[in-house]
Design a protein around this ligand. Structure first.
Ligand SMILES: Cc1cc2nc3c(=O)[nH]c(=O)nc-3n(C[C@H](O)[C@H](O)[C@H](O)COP(=O)(O)OP(=O)(O)OC[C@H]3O[C@@H](n4cnc5c(N)ncnc54)[C@H](O)[C@@H]3O)c2cc1C
Length: 499
């Protein structure tokens, strides 16, 4: 009989969150054995996968970086390579990399209450072999979208186009667009990053959008952070800058929600100052929704507007009728000629990396579950999920989640319980969409994601300050969390053996 390896904790994914989870487990739960199963051959997740020109963060690195390892790069909005290096350095410095098993895609996890453990099946992505392990707790840090392909609408006539089509999620390394006519379809964070980056060498770049997005220009370097780092020791400047960025981001989000008209005016004024007089801001930069109904896009040092001013980039607001041999025929009847078309049409969202779950033989449909504290699923024991904020840096929430999971594990370890299950006993809690954004990519997948409830602990705060209080300053015991399944003592084992 082959013995199956058992781990106290199994982390899914070696991206920004999975490496953070590894750090917390090592630091806070030294008693726990753990491994990180990573489907790909690399550390870094998003920051390794995406290779398009100009790839960068669109939130500040002081909050996208870990609280335990303050970001010390020059720029607040940083390029993809520096972010990837930061994640790799974090993993190697404390030996987290030694716990990673690459090419292991977790496909199933089956919880057994009798055994108080998950039976996990992973598929080797290099050999196709199936690997079985058991673990006491699954911590999914698998991000929120499919890795095998991005979202690509079924545009009419795509196969007629004689030029090159390159999706940002599968960027062809060899693509040479110098001097070429490029059309970038979309106006989300990726399109807004690609346009100025490609405009530096392309003949011309057109950003073709169906409808406008809010765009805010921020300095790539943060002067307050620069000053703090010059005058204060790192151990003080690190947390101080992180709090300053977390609170100012939250304040600007709150202002957008409470005074949308004011924020619209401020954003418009900023754009007016950066575009030539007479530019049609109403058509190209005035969205139909309120700020933060969808993610607000950030451009460092106004790079998008600089490219528009220089005439190397332009914006067209129209819809695509069909691809043609030479470009795109638009709804207005205009034909946009192109050598290269980049559909920056987004991601296809995926919950917990597509892992099939069951509890005691019953399949779990995550879409029917409420999330507990934005990190666990109602009725599903010993499973946590790192889901970041949609209105602030992902890591702000994931850091809190990692620390909370460690407290939960330490609590169970201390009281001799092997199972923790969020249970909703409040019939008046109503389900709501988990990700409170009206963006197309969120709406397209809402029916496959769990829901949040109308009241805490089922409600997702989307607020660092409130989560800090709820997850860091309060205990892990509450009315909704059931601790069960005591560790068997020699006496109970003997009794069970006799019955
Ligand atoms: C282009 C782009 C730019 C972004 N910029 C920002 C930003 O500026 N600020 C911000 O807050 N957020 C940003 N995000 C969101 C970003 O994904 C998160 O900030 C963060 O990188 C997520 O880290 P993660 O480790 O949770 O997930 P990921 O980076 O997605 O990593 C997940 C890892 O899990 C692995 N995995 C998935 N499923 C399985 C499985 N079943 N078995 C084993 N392994 C699995 C994947 O291979 C991957 O390595 C951006 C996203 C994109 C796509």
């Amino acid at each position: 009989m082959t013995t199956v390896e058992h781990l106290d904790v199994l982390i899914v994914g070696a991206g920004l969150s999975g490496i953070g989870a590894g750090h917390y487990l090592q630091a806070e739960c030294p008693w726990a054995s753990y491994a990180i199963f990573e489907a790909r051959q690399a550390i870094g997740g998003t920051w390794d996968l995406f290779r398009y020109p100009g790839i960068r963060s669109d939130s500040d690195m002081f909050t996208l970086g870990y609280s335990f390892r303050p970001w010390d790069g020059d720029k607040s909005i940083a390029d993809g390579d520096s972010i990837l290096q930061y994640i790799k350095d974090t993993a190697t410095e404390s030996g987290i990399d030694g716990h990673i098993r690459f090419d292991h895609r977790i496909v199933r996890a089956d919880w057994s209450t009798d055994e108080a453990r998950w039976h996990v099946t992973a598929e080797r992505t290099d050999t196709g072999e199936l690997v079985e392990v058991t673990c006491g707790f699954v911590f999914s840090c698998s991000g929120y979208y499919r890795y095998d392909h991005g979202y690509l609408p079924d545009f009419a006539g795509m196969d007629r186009f004689e030029g090159t089509i390159a999706h940002p999620q599968a960027w062809p390394e060899e693509l040479d667009y110098a001097g070429q006519r490029v059309v970038v379809i979309g106006s989300g964070a990726t399109a807004i990053t690609l346009v100025p980056a490609m405009a530096a060498t392309a003949g011309h770049v057109t950003m073709l959008q169906r409808s406008p997005t809010y765009v805010a220009s921020l300095p790539a370097r943060d002067p307050v952070a620069d000053l703090a780092r010059r005058v204060l020791p790192r151990r003080i400047s690190g947390p101080m800058i992180r709090w300053y960025k977390a609170l100012t981001t939250q304040a600007s989000f709150q202002l957008s929600k409470r005074r949308p008209e004011l924020v619209k005016r401020l954003l418009r004024r900023q754009i007016e100052r950066q575009l030539p007089a007479g530019y049609d801001i109403d058509t190209h930069f005035t969205p139909r929704y309120d700020p933060w109904d969808q993610r607000l896009c950030v451009v460092p040092d106004g790079d998008l507007f600089k490219a528009i001013r220089a005439g190397t980039a332009s914006v067209v607001t129209d819809h695509i009728d069909t691809f043609t041999e030479h470009g795109l025929l638009l709804g207005s009847g205009v034909e946009l000629e192109a050598d290269v078309i980049i559909p920056a049409t987004g991601l296809e969202l995926l919950f917990i990396g597509g892992i099939e779950l069951s509890v005691d033989g019953r399949a779990v449909d995550p879409a029917t579950k409420l999330t507990y504290k934005g990190m666990m699923l109602e009725g599903v024991p010993n499973l946590a999920v790192a889901i970041g904020y949609t209105n602030a840096s992902w890591t702000l929430k994931c850091d809190l989640t990692c620390a909370y999971v460690c407290r939960l594990l330490n609590h169970m370890h201390a009281v001799g319980k092997r199972q923790c299950t969020p249970v909703n006993r409040d019939a008046s809690v109503t389900p709501q969409p988990l990700l409170g954004l009206s963006s197309g990519y969120v709406l397209r997948s809402a029916d496959r994601f769990p829901k949040q409830g109308s009241r805490f602990p089922w409600l997702v705060h989307q607020s660092y300050l409130r989560d800090y209080r709820a997850l860091k300053l309060r205990g892990v015991e509450d009315d909704a969390m059931v601790f069960s399944n005591p560790i068997p003592t020699p006496a109970t084992v003997a009794v069970a053996g006799r019955s």
